[in-house]
Structures are given as structure tokens and as C-alpha cells.
Design a protein around this ligand. Structure first.
Ligand code: DC
Length: 227
């Protein structure tokens, strides 16, 4: 079977990563979580005091982008690739509400996007890849064979994210998570460079009431129909 590129875009906490991960496993494809790459740069900015509640030195961040090397390493035990910043595993550090809070302004910087898009396009050179994010079907792989746009109501997504963070032991308030989800939706879909929009030809899935299994089955059928 010919390998293809599968681009999955959508709002935050629509379950893109879960679906993309399982789809990649079923097809024996590589999975790439591009949100993790934007989060890694945000983590670098926080650690280097370039962004905080009252400040954001975006010029300094841009001037230091060459110091940032993001890689993925497959973790056999977990069954997915973890993200590394300059050879340090930061998979846990990038999933905090603090990183979520600052990631959208960082992801709105064109120089940040150029660096990451270039790296993402190289990752897909041999096809056989499932990549999720916000601009995969529009900018990274506009010629992807299968494009998917995932949606769900803001409340459904905030509840999912809240539960996920609680399960990981974070202590937080639901309203803060909902506020973060809606603020990110706004910034991600109104930014000038590569705003989140449904790509031409993308299949839209509203998964507010769909199980993970039903979504995987739907997507595997679409892939099979293409072969
Ligand atoms: O998917 P996520 O929530 O981990 O993504 C974190 C942020 O990164 C999201 O708010 C927007 C940004 N992002 C982006 O701009 N482009 C991508 N391809 C992936 C993520």
C-alpha cells in the first residue's frame, strides 16, 4: 500500500493527539505532535525569562531560535515519541497550564513558525506520517492525501483538558481551563500568520459525542478508500 500523509488540524483539546497517535499505530506510520514543538519553544522562553505574566521579549526569543533544537524520541514503554529540547526530555514540563497560557503568543511569531514548519516538512519527506496541529493541512502539507479538521464545543474540550490535568496530579480550577481554551481558540484563529482554518478538502469531524473508536474507524475507512 502506498504511504500517504495525514494532516489533522483543529482547536485545542479536540482530542487530535489521541486520534492521531492511534491512527499512526494502526497504520504503522510515524506520529508527530507539532503542538509539542511550539510548547517546547515556549518552555525555552519561560526558562530563559523571555516571557512571563507582564512581559514578552519576542525579539530576544527570535534572536535565540538557533539555540533551540527540538527532537522526538520514541518511548517503547509509552508507545509514542517524547519531545526533547536540546537533548533534555521535556514531555511533562510542556503539558502544564503555564506553558498552555503562553504558547499562543509564541506560536504567533512568524520566525518561530518558519523554523518549525521547515522541520515538519522534512519529517514528512518519506510520507507514512500522521501530523497534528493547526496549520498542517493549510501550510505544512497543503497537498496531504488526507486532511482532517476536528472540532468540539469549548465546554466539552475544557472538561476533557481539566480531567486530563487533574489525572496528572495538577491542582487547578475548571474555569481557568475553560478560559485558557477559549483564549487560545481566539488567538490561534485570528493571528496573522497561518491562522487556524479548515483546509480546503478537509473532512470535518465534530467529536463532541463520538467515541475514540468510532473516530478511528471512520478515518481508517477513509484511508482504505484511498488505496
Ligand atoms: O495542540 P496543542 O494544544 O498542544 O498546541 C499548543 C499551541 O501551539 C496551540 O495553542 C497553537 C500552537 N500550534 C500552532 O500554532 N500550530 C501548530 N501546528 C500546532 C500548535
Amino acid at each position: 500500500m502506498n504511504k500517504i500523509i495525514i494532516a489533522i488540524d483543529g482547536f485545542s483539546s479536540t482530542g487530535k493527539s489521541t486520534i492521531a497517535k492511534q491512527l499512526a499505530k494502526a497504520l504503522n506510520y510515524v506520529y508527530v505532535d507539532t503542538g509539542a514543538m511550539y510548547r517546547a519553544i515556549t518552555y525555552f522562553a519561560i526558562e530563559n525569562q523571555l516571557i512571563g505574566s507582564e512581559f514578552f521579549d519576542s525579539d530576544k526569543l527570535v534572536s535565540r531560535l538557533d539555540e533551540i533544537n527540538i527532537t522526538f524520541q520514541f518511548n517503547e514503554e509509552l508507545g509514542f515519541a517524547e519531545v526533547y529540547l536540546n537533548d533534555k526530555n521535556i514531555e511533562k514540563e510542556i503539558r502544564t497550564l503555564k506553558v498552555s497560557k503562553y504558547v499562543s503568543p509564541v506560536a504567533a511569531i512568524s520566525e518561530v513558525r518558519q523554523k518549525l514548519v521547515q522541520q515538519q516538512q522534512l519529517m514528512g519527506i518519506d510520507k507514512g506520517i500522521v501530523m497534528d496541529g493547526r496549520d498542517i493541512g493549510t501550510v505544512v502539507f497543503p497537498d496531504a492525501e488526507l486532511k482532517v479538521f476536528m472540532t468540539a464545543s469549548a465546554e466539552t474540550r475544557a472538561k476533557r483538558r481539566y480531567k486530563e490535568l487533574l489525572d496528572r496530579g495538577h491542582n487547578l480550577v475548571y474555569e481557568d481551563v475553560l478560559e485558557n481554551v477559549t483564549t487560545r481558540d481566539r488567538i490561534d484563529s485570528t493571528r496573522e500568520d497561518s491562522p487556524l482554518v479548515k483546509a480546503e478538502g478537509a473532512v470535518e469531524i465534530d467529536n463532541s459525542d463520538l467515541t475514540i473508536e468510532a473516530q478511528i474507524e471512520m478515518l481508517l475507512n477513509l484511508v482504505n478508500d484511498m488505496q
